[in-house]
Design a protein around this ligand. Sequence first.
Ligand code: HEM
Length: 442
Amino acid sequence: MVPGSRAPGIVQLLDYGRDPLGFLSRQQRRFGDVFAIHFPYFGRIVYVAEPGLVKELFTADPAVFHAGEANATVLEPALGPNSVLTLDDGPHLRQRKLLLPPFHGERVERYGELILEITRGEMESWPVGEPFALRPHTQRITLAVIMRAVFGVHDEGRLARFGGLIDDFARRVGLVASIPPLRRDLGRLSPWGRFVRSRRALDAFIYEEIALRRAEAETAERDDVLSLLLGARDEEGEPMSDRELRDEMVTVLGAGHETTATGLAWAIERLTHNPDVLAKLRNSLAAGEEDYLAATVRETLRARPVIVDVGRKLTAPATIGGHQLRAGSFVLAAIAALHYREDTFPEPEAFRPERFLEAKPDNYAWIPFGGGTRRCIGAAFAEYEMRTILREFVERADLRAADPKPEKVKIRNITLVPAKGARVVLGRPLTYPAVGSASAVA
Ligand code: HEM
């Protein structure tokens, strides 16, 4: 028996909702490094919250520990059956191999200028001297980056239409993703009816974009991810079908913009509530150093992991941490609990980028991007994007917290966001980088 609370599922769910960041740590302290929780509908879920056990989970046979099946319970209505997130085994590997090259560390750096241009445009809309929530701004930036760098849409009219469709889709998807019983057609106005209509409209736009791109002679010259995927071939020399392309592009859209926007909002929330760290970051950037910036991004993703857990579903009986589990069991790595272990991250409540200055983070102790053969494909892209935008914010904007109290953590879809959207005040007008300065050429 895996130890765990005997409270009814609904009580455990409410407990999670009240404090989504602390919930898993509390279970781990009470029941140990392997524990079970119960949630309505999803039933019993087994968690591991110790680096050695996480290694066991991430390096286990992927044919037995299915991530796609586990993800599909929540994500399939949005992403479809051909997504790298919802597939397993051979088909997963095929999609993963096709998707990896465009997101390779060095390749993503070519989007630097575009990311800066979008960030600068958005910063112009910040009010001076009055509180505002930063998260909607970071979300507009990361959304524009996905639409332009990943989808390769640049025409203003099409960008506006695409943005509207994504907005509508994002508003409809949360409910049907997190409450599976709602996935029934109860008419046009039911949550499912609205969601399906919204998905159809978004899909139509994406298929249109694919067709336009196929018709363009100079696609080979483009460096957006969609164009690269159109040219990609698997080991048999086969291209991706339009349906596969649709599912992967919606996957990248869903996995890649809210997550990064939230990570950025948390970075500013943590920095403005830790002014000494903010000053240190500013000074290090002024001295032309990059390491403290990278460490700040990593410490943000440790202290406020955007995603609290990653799961695998067993296709056959298996053992984890010495516990025998039945086929069909869900086993998850408790990211939020792992990042708050006193033995791996001393004084875990403190926001201290220095932890990441000396050494590369351990693959099984710091896991904001999951791990093993399922590790986030966009990790290098996300960290690069966060560094680029954060540098611009810190160098040019005199930001302070609107409220001295740290913001509470709230669940939004499946991510953890600052409850008030990272409210800040811009003390004085933005400064402008001298032409040729570090940030102008970053
Ligand atoms: C701070 C930002 C991000 C966070 C915290 C994050 C986190 C994660 C996590 C936890 C997983 C699951 C890994 C596992 O099951 O072990 C994942 C998978 C994935 N992410 Fe991200 N992600 C971020 C940004 C991005 C971006 C920018 C993209 C693409 C542009 C992206 C694309 C993907 C894809 C395609 C997968 C599926 C990988 C697979 O199943 O093989 N993510 N991400």
